[in-house]
Design a protein around this ligand. Structure first.
Ligand SMILES: NC(=O)C1=CN([C@@H]2O[C@H](COP(=O)(O)OP(=O)(O)OC[C@H]3O[C@@H](n4cnc5c(N)ncnc54)[C@H](O)[C@@H]3O)[C@@H](O)[C@H]2O)C=CC1
Ligand SMILES: O=C(O)[C@@H]1CCC=N1
Length: 273
């Protein structure tokens, strides 16, 4: 199933906030026709209203048998939003969910046991084509439908297929929520620079450029993260002094991130209850 079939049968979008918009933007750039997109969202952004003026259907329901429906509402809205899609269950429409927590079994119980479903976990760097999305399908998602989901998601970055649905909570803790940890790293690094006497704007400029520059280097260089770290670290120098603090086995980055990722994964499991 190719994009042409999506353009012919239509694509539904339930919830078009930060994640839904990032994905839709990537798909439109890859050739998804505006006239093939049907969005349901009670609080559409100005961007979405602008697209509606150019042919996207906004809050007009869904076509009779769309090729795919993206579910991108918050897990807390799911109970209210999902039943509106039941008429399309047990058919040839593929449901692609990016919601944290909501399980395939839950979708099957609401939409019908024979419904093709792909559960995915993207992240917001998708907005600049640099996301990574992990995905897994249920027994009713055909190889073609999985390939379609993968094609769509690869429009906004890398994709990886999971072996079990249980892995998705750990994925959420690492890459789904992960961008927030990196943005917080920028905030914390800037605050530390201020504490060492730098003006706030300069500290923020240095922190932001350092994190994005290091990220780009990690993206482009063939070296491992460990080697890239070693390349910065002169023996007995300044970096070694900082890393002694950050690599402390009790109080350093590793135990802290271990706890943070576990908290995110646990919350994902909790949302799925
Ligand atoms: N923001 C992120 O970094 C990521 C979010 N996700 C998942 O994506 C989903 C959406 O998250 P965001 O885009 O961040 O949230 P958001 O709050 O930006 O977007 C949710 C959208 O759903 C709409 N909505 C609320 N009730 C609705 C209803 N009954 N029917 C249709 N639309 C309704 C809201 O108006 C809003 O535009 C969540 O399930 C989240 O777990 C997954 C990966 C990353
Ligand atoms: O915070 C959340 O629940 C969502 C899922 C991953 C990123 N944002």
């Amino acid at each position: 199933m190719e994009l042409s079939e999506v353009n012919r049968r239509g694509l539904g979008l339930l919830g078009c906030g930060k994640m839904g918009s990032a994905l839709l933007e990537g798909w439109l750039a890859r050739g998804l026709a505006l006239s093939a997109v049907w969005v349901t969202d009670p609080h559409p952004s100005d961007w979405l209203r602008g697209l509606a003026a150019k042919g996207l259907r906004l809050n007009e329901g869904l076509p009779a048998s769309p090729a795919i429906v993206l579910i991108a509402v918050k897990p807390q809205m799911m109970a209210e939003a999902l039943p509106t899609l039941t008429a399309l269950g047990n058919g040839s429409t593929l449901f692609l969910s990016v919601a944290a927590g909501t399980s395939i079994a839950h979708y099957e119980s609401v939409l019908g046991a024979g419904t093709p479903i792909v559960r995915a976990m993207p992240n917001t760097p998708a907005a600049v084509g640099r996301g990574i999305t992990a995905l897994i399908g249920n027994a009713h998602a055909s190889a073609e439908q999985l390939a379609l989901a993968e094609t769509l998601l690869s429009a906004v970055g890398q994709t990886v297929r999971l072996e079990t649905e249980a892995q998705i909570d750990a994925v959420t803790g690492v890459s789904g929520s992960g961008p927030a940890y990196v943005f917080h790293l920028i905030e914390a690094l800037a605050a530390a620079g201020e504490a060492e006497g730098l003006p706030p704007a300069l500290a923020m400029q240095l922190a932001r450029a350092t994190v994005t520059g290091a990220g780009e280097l990690a993206h482009r260089a063939p070296d491992s993260a460990e080697q890239l770290r070693v390349n910065v670290t002169s023996p007995g120098g300044t970096t070694a002094a900082a890393l002694k603090v950050l690599m402390d086995p009790e109080t350093g980055f590793s135990p802290l991130l271990r706890r943070a990722v576990k908290a995110a994964a646990d919350r994902g499991r909790e949302l799925g209850q």
